[in-house]
Each structure stands twice: as C-alpha cells, then as structure tokens.
Design a binder for this molecule. Structure first.
Ligand SMILES: NC(=O)c1ccc[n+]([C@@H]2O[C@H](COP(=O)([O-])OP(=O)(O)OC[C@H]3O[C@@H](n4cnc5c(N)ncnc54)[C@H](OP(=O)(O)O)[C@@H]3O)[C@@H](O)[C@H]2O)c1
Length: 332
C-alpha cells in the first residue's frame, strides 16, 4: 500500500485553553527499528492530555511535546527493522508516549496489542491507557484479592469505569464515588455494588457503613489533596491506597498514627514514564489475562462521545466539563 507523505495531526501550539489545539499538516512518521506504523482509526482522550495542554504535566524527556495522544487503535501499515510480532494489515491498539492525535503514529511494537474480542476498531482506541493503568495499579501494585472491598474514586471516569468492571470480574466487592446520580447509575451499571454521590453524602461514612465499620482494603484514587486524610480513616487493616492522579492537589496532611496502627500502604505510579520493556510486559499481561474478559462480557468499552480529529478542541472542552462518562474518542 502506497503511504501518503503528509498527514493531519493536532498540535498543541501554545500552553492554554482548548483553542490551542490546532489541526496541522505533518510528514507521516517513518517507523524506526522495532517500531510499527499505525494508520489511526481512533485515538483516546485522557485527562493527562488536558494537563499537558495546560502546562501542568511533568513530561518524560523522550515524549513528544507538540502532538498529544497516549493511546490509539488502527491498522499496521509499515514495519520498522526488526518488528515481527505484527504484520502489515493487522488491526491493533497501542499504548503511546504521545502523538496519537494524528492520522498515523509510529509506536514501539511491544506497546501494540491485538484488538480485544468483540470490540470494534474505533472502541479499541480508548482501551490501552485505561486498562494498562488499572491493571498495574489495582492488581499489580494494589494486589486486589478475591473477596476484598475495593473503592474506585472518580468511578465514572475512563479509569474509574474500567477499574469497577475489572475489580468486579476479579471477585471483589466494589464501591465507587461520582459527582452526580446519573454518574452513580453508570458506576452501578458497570458493576459497582454501591455508588456514592459525593455531593450528596460523605464517602467515608458510606464506606464504613457498607463494610460494617471495617473499612476498605484497596482504594484507587485520582483526587489526592484533602481526600488523603479522609481515605485513611476509611481503610481497613493492611489497606492500600494507590494514587494515579492528583486532581485535588499534590499536598496533604496525613495522620501517620493511623497509618502505623492499621499497617496501611500509601503508594502510586505513573505509566507514561515507564520503559518500553515495562510497558510491553503490561501489554502482554493484558492480552493474556484481561482480553478473555471481553469475550465473556465481564468488561466492555464505555464510549461517551466520538469527535472528528479536527474537533479535538471541542473534545477537550467536554473532558474539562467532566460531563462525560467513560471515554471520549477522536476519529481521523
Ligand atoms: N498514573 C497514571 O499512570 C495514570 C494514567 C492514566 C490516568 N491517570 C489519571 O487518572 C485520572 C482519571 O483519568 P481519566 O482520563 O480517566 O479522566 P476523566 O475521564 O477525565 O475523569 C476524571 C473524573 O474525575 C472526577 N473528578 C474528581 N475530582 C475532580 C477534580 N478536582 N477535577 C476534575 N475532575 C474531578 C470527575 O468526575 P466527577 O464529576 O464524578 O467528579 C471526572 O469526570 C486522572 O487524574 C489522570 O491523570 C493516571
């Protein structure tokens, strides 16, 4: 297949509001050694893209700063030297370090995955970042065990919906928080045993009530700030708190007496800054352990809205409004 020389991509032309996302013409990337070139079918939006656009994201040194986009799906159209796991014509989805808001993207082959069973090519564009993040933080780092009580903060977010589904499929009892009754209903539809509208009730009281005063075993948190102290009071003995976001602020006052008394674990992690080998290992684990859950419909994509690539600014406005439930996608 003859490839075009140029493509449309979305560039962050300055630090600022959604209007700084501008369609530009760029050369189609050439896949380097060990990379594949993907003709993008869909690119997923992530909250990190908004932070990057506003200058608030600590970019890894090797990440492209101009074209955002941490995940995409599409068809392999060229192979770099040594790439052999996939062939030209294969449909894949991929975890990216950036560059997904474009018609073509080059990506290290280990970060490519087969499309999960029963998922459309477009839906798959919103899967890699959320599933890799949830796997590594809830199951690897957070060690969620069968029968434990799990709390997903931000339950209606792209990350939250996936966390609810996978924790439920794993045999956990699942709690989730969200900012409205509509979002809470979406959390329950995704498998939450109890959703807490944090604008109407106190999530600590609701959590302690649900667990008969025992507290939760694992919390996946993206708020931090003032939530930290409250979450510590809601945790069971040997409970784990895993931070993936800091939307409520990076600083907190912590009662370490409770941490010591209950033997709590406070941790967190970032996916984007990890090595290609580490990302590849997570991708192989997803294909082996999580993709079968798509076949049995224990997990499924939740897409809120699909925008044309050129309307990336409108897509960012929607994400910043927090009105969405699940994923927002861009389609070239
Ligand atoms: N560490 C990692 O490797 C990693 C990887 C991917 C994502 N993340 C993080 O995970 C979080 C979720 O990402 P996402 O792409 O799934 O985001 P998203 O879909 O935009 O969802 C974020 C949700 O968080 C809730 N929220 C709670 N407090 C908020 C606040 N102070 N400001 C704005 N929203 C708030 C909102 O729902 P309500 O209306 O219910 O409040 C919002 O819908 C982000 O913090 C992101 O940076 C981390």
């Amino acid at each position: 297949m003859a490839l075009p020389q140029s493509m449309t991509a979305i560039e962050i032309t300055a630090i600022g509001g959604p209007e700084v996302l501008v369609p530009v013409t760029r050369a189609v990337p050439v896949p380097g050694p060990g990379e594949v070139l993907i003709k993008v079918a869909a690119a997923g939006l992530n909250r990190a893209d908004v932070l990057q656009r506003t200058g608030l994201y600590p970019m890894p040194p090797n990440a492209p700063t101009d074209i955002p986009g941490l995940e995409a799906s599409g068809v392999v159209v060229a192979l770099g030297a040594g790439a052999s796991r996939f062939a030209v014509g294969d449909a894949v989805c991929a975890l990216l370090i950036g560059g997904g808001y474009a018609e073509f993207v080059a990506v290290p082959e280990p970060q490519c995955m087969a499309i999960p069973p029963g998922v459309t090519l477009v839906e798959a564009g919103g899967i890699p970042e959320t599933y890799c993040t949830v796997w590594t933080n809830v199951f690897d780092r957070g060690r969620l065990a069968v029968g434990e009580v799990f709390l997903a903060q931000g339950g209606s977010s792209g990350i939250g919906i996936t966390a609810i589904q996978l924790a439920k499929a794993h045999g956990a009892r699942v709690l989730a928080t969200a900012g409205s009754d509509v979002k809470c209903a979406a959390c329950v539809a995704s498998g939450a045993d109890r959703a807490i509208n944090y604008n109407a009730e106190d999530f600590v009281a609701a959590t302690l009530e649900f667990t008969g005063g025992r507290g939760v075993d694992l919390i996946l948190d993206m708020v931090a700030g003032s939530y930290i102290a409250r979450q510590i009071t809601a945790m069971a003995r040997n409970g784990r708190l895993v931070l993936v976001g800091l939307m409520g602020g990076a600083s907190a006052e912590v009662d370490f007496a409770t941490v010591v008394a209950r033997g709590l674990y406070l941790t967190g992690s970032s996916l984007r800054s990890r090595s290609i080998a580490e990302k590849g290992e997570i991708c192989r684990t997803l294909e082996a352990r999580i993709w079968p859950l798509f076949a049995s419909r224990q997990t499924w994509p939740v897409v809120h809205q699909v925008f044309p690539l050129r309307e990336a600014a409108a897509a960012h406005r929607l994400m910043e409004s927090s009105a969405h439930i699940g994923k927002i996608l861009l389609v070239p």
